[in-house]
Ligand binder design. Structure first.
Ligand code: NAD
Ligand code: TYD
Length: 351
């Protein structure tokens, strides 16, 4: 079936993996990638698909409602897969309004355009909203996040994503907009901007810089290979039911410290350092304000109803991830020069 699909945020980490998957797997779809190209958006992430006939890039801002309407009129989209967002918790603590505008107002603008321009016939249309497990808040030592878990976001980032999730569901309930939502755990893999834990620490180990561990390093995250997330979005986009929510995660919980130690071990081998050398870079710094203790996703619904399951063990995925960054030093250097360097100094020097 021919379809014109708007992917927002396709030049970012997860978006670029999703665009690559869809452009290659579905030559009959037209994929329009709308991205503002903030510090986190990088067209170098998509060089391998940029010349494909079924791929088009549009530079634009989802906060600009008029522009979004024009784009919907220009392409007459059949579906939206919405990933564009400000996505880093530490930045949300420093600059909360950027998150409020992009994540809440930007999502509302997309919903309004879809509602108004599709309303004569919603049949065959789909608005897919990509969200995070962080909307559920923080777990103690026990338990999991289910699709039915009440929202309790605790950072400006997670609160802005929670707001956008509520808006998406409200447009389904109020206007009948055909929506689907997924909430995924922490992703890792290639092309992730090196401000997030794993690529930041790979970059720092490579350059012999300190590894800033927040607090005692005992916070727990549930890690999923980014290509498994993209495959889950594919499955939910095609087979998920209208109005439903699906949790995505691979039951793969690690304390930050045990993850960092594993990463150091892999890096020691890859860089031909003696065992234990990279671990010496660990440096405990002031904890993140309001730091969520633990996230853990139960994805039974997705696995049972739609047959998705993760493909990779974490050790293998982490090793592949490290190899990708070491093979793509130019990519790392390009994205960490200039403005990012100033941000890094502000956030970490003297912390
Ligand atoms: P990212 O920061 O790597 O990429 C975000 C992309 O959105 C960038 O290309 C950026 O240029 C673009 N963007 C930002 N503001 C925009 C605006 N106003 N208009 C248009 N484009 C804009 O983020 P990511 O890690 O790839 O996350 C993608 C989505 O997945 C987000 O919605 C995030 O909340 C969600 N998510 C992320 C994770 C994770 O672990 N990274 C986990 C679960 C869910
Ligand atoms: P991050 O990659 O920012 O993802 P999120 O906060 O969305 O889960 O951080 C993952 C974990 O690593 C989180 O508990 C915070 C911690 N962390 C550090 O200890 N040091 C760092 O420099 C960063 C960026 C994160």
């Amino acid at each position: 079936m021919k379809r014109t699909i708007l992917v927002t945020g396709g030049a970012g980490f997860i978006g670029s993996h999703l665009v690559r998957l869809f452009v290659n797997k579905y030559p009959e779809y037209n994929i329009i990638n709308l991205d503002k190209l903030t510090y986190a958006g990088n067209l170098a992430n998509l060089v391998d698909v940029e010349k494909k006939e079924n791929y088009t890039f549009e530079k634009g801002d989802i906060v600009d409602a008029e522009y979004i309407y024009k784009l919907f009129k220009k392409y007459n989209f059949d579906a939206v897969i919405h990933l564009a967002a400000e996505s880093h918790v530490d930045r949300s603590i420093e600059f909360p309004n950027d998150f409020i505008y992009t994540n809440i107002v930007g999502t509302a603008n997309l919903l309004n355009a879809a509602k108004d321009l599709w309303k004569s016939n919603f049949a065959g249309k789909r608005f897919y909203h990509v969200s995070t497990d962080e909307v559920y808040g923080s777990l103690g030592e026990e338990g999991f996040f289910f699709e039915t878990t009440s929202y309790a976001p605790k950072s400006p980032y997670s609160a802005s994503k929670a707001s956008s999730d509520h808006l998406v569901r409200a447009y389904n309930n109020t206007y009948g907009l055909p929506v689907v939502v997924s909430n995924c755990s922490n992703n890792y893999g290639s092309h992730q901007f090196p401000e997030k834990l794993i690529p930041l620490f790979i970059n720092n180990i490579k350059s012999n810089r300190p590894l800033p561990v927040y607090g005692k390093g005992l916070n727990i995250r549930d890690w999923l290979w980014v290509e498994d997330h993209a495959r889950a979005i594919d499955v939910i986009f095609h087979n998920g039911a209208d109005g439903e929510t699906y949790n995505i995660g691979g039951h793969n919980e690690w304390t930050n410290l045990s993850l960092i130690k594993l990463l150091c071990k892999i890096m020691d081998k890859k860089l031909h350092r003696s065992e234990g050398e990279s671990e010496k870079l660990i440096s405990y710094v002031t904890d993140r304000a309001g730091h969520d203790l633990r996230y853990a996703i139960d994805s039974t619904k997705l696995q049972k109803e739609l047959g998705w399951k993760p493909s990779l063990q974490f050790e293998e995925g982490l090793e592949k991830t490290v190899q990708w960054y070491l093979d793509n030093i130019d990519w790392l250097e390009n994205v960490t020069s200039g403005e990012y360097q100033k941000y890094y100094d502000k956030m970490y020097v003297g912390r």
